[in-house]
Design a protein around this ligand. Structure first.
Ligand SMILES: C[S@@+](CC[C@H](N)C(=O)[O-])C[C@H]1O[C@@H](n2cnc3c(N)ncnc32)[C@H](O)[C@@H]1O
Length: 261
């Protein structure tokens, strides 16, 4: 075979491989949209759980460079507020990347998530890495197994915008924290800017294809946290997810109830 024929064969093989890859991606996307359409009339919590179970399959593979950098920054910033004796709750922990990232800085971490598939993946990762001070549990924040005033720190990374009643959630966070405990969060704030992604998300939510989410403006997010009887001690836009700011907030549980305006 001449070198010209060899390179022609190689280029044909590459084209076939690329086409096969494209077909796999398109089939996967169509399959997911079909599952979401079929399940869109279910009960809200079940729908949310099924949606995140489906995302769990390749959640770790989907994390691109920017998201990884963001996770790294979030972990580094959160660690500044953690102590070796702390008992921590990581709310909406998914496959446990951040939970595992902070485990060596604290006494004990509980990672909770509504999706059993996320929790299964998180448990596997912790076993592989021989981490013994984490408990991953499929649960929501209102689970009665979580006792009042039992956590020094609650983490909520990339989850607050996915929850329906922020007021009720912040009240519960306050209840679960020890006096003077910290609530540390990062939240994508999509309310300050109108983009084509926002419009697409809005349509998918309205048609019941994906679970609802909040399009926070930064000041609304800060207000919702402060109104749960917290004092904001740090607030900063970490980076952009797409073109939307991912906002990092550290808030301290107030000892006495303060009515916010
Ligand atoms: C975008 S992921 C963020 C995961 C992780 N905290 C991070 O920053 O990589 C959101 C996670 O929140 C979970 N979630 C959504 N609604 C929830 C709820 N009501 N209670 C508990 N977890 C929930 C989802 O299952 C998903 O794993």
């Amino acid at each position: 075979m001449t070198s010209q024929t060899t390179s022609a064969v190689q280029s044909k093989t590459e084209k076939v491989e690329k086409l096969a890859f494209l077909i796999t991606i398109i089939t996967t996307i169509l399959e997911r949209i079909w599952i979401l359409i079929k399940g869109r009339n279910g009960r809200q919590m079940e729908k949310t759980e099924k949606f995140w179970d489906m995302i769990a399959i390749d959640f770790d593979k989907q994390t691109g460079n920017r998201i990884e950098q963001n996770h790294f920054k979030t972990v580094e910033k959160a660690k500044k507020h953690l102590s070796v004796g702390d008992v921590v709750l990581d709310y909406g922990c998914a496959t446990g990347t951040i939970t595992i990232g902070i485990a060596d800085s604290v006494k004990k971490v509980y990672g909770i998530d509504i999706s059993s598939k996320m929790i299964d993946a998180a448990k596997r990762k912790a076993v592989e890495r021989k981490i013994e001070n984490i408990d991953f549990v499929q649960s929501t924040i209102f689970d009665e197994r979580h006792k009042r005033a039992s956590f020094d720190v609650i983490l909520a990374f990339n989850v607050l915008h996915l929850l329906e009643d922020t007021k009720k959630i912040m009240k519960r966070m306050n209840e679960l924290l020890k006096p003077g405990g910290f609530f540390i969060s990062s939240t994508v704030c999509m309310g300050d800017k109108k983009t084509s992604i926002n419009i697409l998300l809005f349509l998918l939510i309205k048609t019941g294809i994906i679970p609802s989410m909040r399009f926070f403006k930064i000041y609304e997010l800060e207000g919702s946290i402060a109104n749960g009887n917290f004092q904001i001690v740090e607030t900063e836009s970490l980076s952009n997810i797409g073109s939307q700011p991912n906002h990092f907030i550290v808030a301290k549980k107030l000892l006495t109830h303060v009515t916010q305006l």
